[in-house]
Design a protein around this ligand. Structure first.
Ligand SMILES: CC(C)(COP(=O)(O)OP(=O)(O)OC[C@H]1O[C@@H](n2cnc3c(N)ncnc32)[C@H](O)[C@@H]1OP(=O)(O)O)[C@@H](O)C(=O)NCCC(=O)NCCS
Length: 169
C-alpha cells in the first residue's frame, strides 16, 4: 500500500534507511532527504517539494510516497510533476527504491503498479521511466508494468548509457 509519510513513521523510516546503510548503499535513489533529518523535517520537506517549495537547483515539484506493509516501510517512490530536458533523458517521471532486505519478492513491481493510477490522477498520461541497462531488476519492473522501450542511448552530460521507456496512458 502506498502511503504518505507522517511524523508517526519516525521509527519505521529509521529502520528503512538503516537497511540501506547495512547493505553499504550510501545513496538511495528516489529518497532525497538528508539521512540525519528528524522525521518532522523530512515530512515538512516532502510536502514542501510537492507544493513546489524549497526545491533544490534544477529540481521540479515532486511527490514522494512509501510502500508500507505490516507497519514496515519497504520502498519509496518519487514522482516528478513535469519533465525537464535532463529528466527527459535521465530520471524520467518516476524513481523508486526498495530496501535491500525486501528485494526480489515483487515489491517494486507492486509499488510501480500502485503508483501509475496516482500519476494519471495528477494529469500525467504518458509516463517516462529511465534506467541503467545493467539494472535488470528495474528493467523488469518497468516492463512488467507495460513499459515500452523507446531508446538506449548515451546521455552525454552524465557519460552514461540510459534506457528510456514509456508507459502510455
Ligand atoms: C530495482 C529495484 C527497485 C527492484 O526492486 P525489487 O522489489 O527487488 O523488484 P521485484 O521483486 O519487483 O522484481 C522485479 C523484476 O526484476 C527481477 N529481479 C529482481 N532482482 C533481480 C536481480 N538481482 N537480478 C535480475 N533480476 C532481478 C525479478 O525477477 C522481477 O522480474 P520478473 O517479474 O520477470 O520475475 C531494487 O533492486 C532497488 O531498489 N535497487 C536500487 C535502486 C534502483 O536501482 N532503483 C531504480 C532506478 S530509479
Amino acid at each position: 500500500m502506498l502511503i504518505d509519510l507522517t511524523p508517526a513513521h519516525g521509527p519505521a523510516l529509521a529502520a528503512f534507511l538503516a537497511d540501506f546503510a547495512a547493505a553499504g548503499e550510501a545513496r538511495i535513489p528516489a529518497y532525497f532527504s538528508d539521512l540525519d533529518w528528524p522525521i518532522e523535517r523530512v515530512v515538512d520537506a516532502v510536502s514542501a517539494w510537492a507544493r513546489g517549495e524549497q526545491l533544490g537547483p534544477g529540481w521540479v515539484p515532486c511527490t514522494t510516497w512509501f510502500f508500507e506493509q505490516g507497519g514496515d516501510l519497504l520502498g519509496v517512490v518519487n514522482v516528478r510533476h513535469h519533465l525537464t530536458e535532463r529528466l527527459r533523458h535521465f530520471g524520467g517521471h518516476i524513481g523508486y527504491s526498495v530496501r535491500p532486505s525486501a528485494r526480489g519478492r515483487g515489491v517494486a513491481t507492486a509499488l510501480l503498479a500502485a503508483t501509475l493510477p496516482r500519476v494519471r490522477a495528477m494529469g500525467i498520461q504518458d509516463v517516462l521511466l529511465t534506467c541503467d541497462p545493467g539494472n535488470v531488476a528495474s528493467r523488469r519492473t518497468i516492463e512488467r508494468n507495460g513499459g515500452v522501450l523507446e531508446d538506449e542511448a548515451l546521455y552525454a552530460p552524465e557519460g552514461k548509457v540510459v534506457r528510456t521507456y514509456w508507459i502510455r496512458g
